[in-house]
Ligand binder design. Sequence first.
Ligand SMILES: N[C@@H](CCC[C@H](N)C(=O)O)C(=O)O
Length: 297
Amino acid sequence: MTARAQFAKMNGLGNEIIVADMRGRADRITPEAAIALDRDPATKFDQIMAIHAPKTSGTEAYIEIINSDGTQAQACGNGMRCVVQAMSAETGKRAFTFETIAGILTAHEHPDGQISVDMGMPRFDWQDIPLAEAFHDTRRIELQIGPIDAPVLHSPSVASMGNPHAIFWVDQDVWTYELERFGPLLENHPIFPERANISIAHVTSRHAITLRTWERGAGLTRACGSAACAAAVSAVRTGRAERTVTVTVPGGPLLIEWLENDHVVMTGPAEWEFSGTFDPQTGAWQRDDTAPSQGAA
Ligand SMILES: N[C@@H](CCC[C@H](N)C(=O)O)C(=O)O
């Protein structure tokens, strides 16, 4: 049996996150372990943020992001806030530089506990998202769902925040749409060769957007930070909003700022729930404060 790794079950506005400490280990979390942890109601999650030893000098850690279906993601804004809170509690530091598969990013914790993450520069070229065919204006692409002559959702903006996003604009309450039905169909639509995160956005003022997201590899979520960033920049590109906007997701509000240097900064909270240890091969786990009987496998 593999030596157990420490983890913290956390959330970022209800985006369910497991922060796993994989530093000093040669092994990785297997897709089977991720799926087993997700299957257990106590550890059900949207993403695992696996903290590995740094690969590049000047960075605190290399962060691997794993969706609940066991696949990898390039970005996770809410998860990154959880990593910052966990590492800030461990080290007393407030500012961090991390590396992910998508590159280097910085983040810091404010005195009031809110955490800002520099999510980097958005990309809009169809090859970068990526799309399966050329669309030279990604503010609005041809894609619809529902009856051909009366689509329920249509003409999304698409953007990459390191990971692929499609934003469908609607004029009414985002809760009136069956995202759980349309999400999986759109996530796996052939136009998205690497699948996509699918959001429904209602712009309620030039500084406010309401958003729901079906996450690639994880499904319906109470919050998706990179989707909030993708919606904010797409709202600016389509003339719907200003560069500073509050994006309200089911879990609460996120402040998104698209800076003049093209970087997108997301600010919001993170919350610790409980800690434990787990086996990165199988997903068998145990709470720190309970007897050894608890946990999967
Ligand atoms: N919850 C995340 C995004 C997670 C990644 C996504 N499911 C993907 O595969 O791209 C966030 O807060 O950004």
